[in-house]
Design a protein around this ligand. Structure first.
Ligand SMILES: NC(=O)c1ccc[n+]([C@@H]2O[C@H](COP(=O)([O-])OP(=O)(O)OC[C@H]3O[C@@H](n4cnc5c(N)ncnc54)[C@H](O)[C@@H]3O)[C@@H](O)[C@H]2O)c1
Length: 253
């Protein structure tokens, strides 16, 4: 059992069935929190079952207001409060020049990655205000700050997440709600299947990416979980509006 930084606290994590969200959820539970996992992939059910009594899963689409409301209610009804919201659910459209991207793919990209953050905050912030404070950690991307060809709409959606994070930090500070984000570099999760049309990174693609990362490896879900839990913790009590690069130095120009 690790350090119990989150004993007695309750977190909601979206996109928690796998990848970063699963690692974030596991780390919160290991450090004493109760966690409500939300995802439209019902594999999240098995993750919650594996985590035991301090975890619960609900199938949600973060673009649907009633789903997100139910997710927040599950936290307050099952565990009695809500301290941390991780708006982590997201994906990238298939890589292609933006002028070729179908309009419905562009709309869905912003619905999940941007409106999903809006809905999470819409339903969680009133609970946090009533409780006297809270923490929000959004999963953006290093692509928000350093966009690249082929994933322009995805990068722009994460740029919006960075701006939402900083704007909300300004807006919610007086309610003692901190709002931060992580900006990860490439990680070979299921996310890559969406970008690459069904396949994760092969050795060649991995090598090309790693060459641009000073620390010489891709991001791992555990790297993201460590940074998210740091930003959610009391060690980060004076940090708000921070968009933390979890990128092994990738964005150093
Ligand atoms: N993997 C990377 O290279 C990378 C880099 C930077 C940022 N990110 C971001 O990190 C976050 C997590 O990505 P990951 O790498 O863990 O990918 P992943 O595909 O392993 O996990 C994302 C999860 O979000 C869920 N999800 C997607 N849309 C949803 C919706 N509308 N409602 C509910 N759940 C939904 C998926 O079912 C999945 O379980 C995303 O926001 C992604 O954009 C990923």
């Amino acid at each position: 059992m690790g350090e119990q930084r989150f004993s007695g606290t309750v977190a909601v994590v979206t996109g928690a069935a796998k990848g970063f969200g699963e690692a974030i959820s596991r780390r919160f539970v290991a450090e004493g929190a109760s966690v409500v996992l939300g995802d439209f992939d019902t594999a999240g059910e098995a993750v919650a079952a594996d985590l035991g009594e301090r975890a619960a899963f609900r199938a949600v689409d973060v673009t649907r207001s009633e789903d997100v409301a139910a997710l927040v209610s599950l936290a307050t009804e099952r565990f009695g409060r809500l301290d941390v919201l991780c708006n982590n659910a997201g994906y990238s459209h298939l890589a292609m020049p933006m002028h070729e991207l179908p309009e419905e793919d562009f709309d869905r990209q912003f619905a999940v990655n941007v409106k999903g953050v809006y809905l999470g905050c819409k339903h969680a912030v009133p609970v946090m205000i009533a409780q006297g404070g809270g923490v929000i950690v959004n999963t953006a991307s290093i692509g928000a700050k350093r966009p690249r060809s082929g994933v322009t709409a995805y990068n722009a959606s994460k740029g919006a997440v960075v701006t939402l994070t900083r704007g909300l930090a300004h807006e919610l500070g007086r309610h003692k709600i901190r709002v931060n984000a992580v900006c990860p570099v490439a990680s070979n999760t299921a996310f890559m299947e969406g970008v690459r049309g069904g396949e994760r990174l092969d050795e060649r693609a991995r090598g090309a990416l790693v060459r641009g990362i000073p620390l010489g490896r891709l991001c791992e879900p555990a790297d993201v979980a460590a940074s998210v839990t740091f930003l959610a913790s009391e060690d980060a009590a004076f940090l708000t509006g921070v968009c933390l690069d979890v990128d092994g130095g990738r964005s150093i120009e």
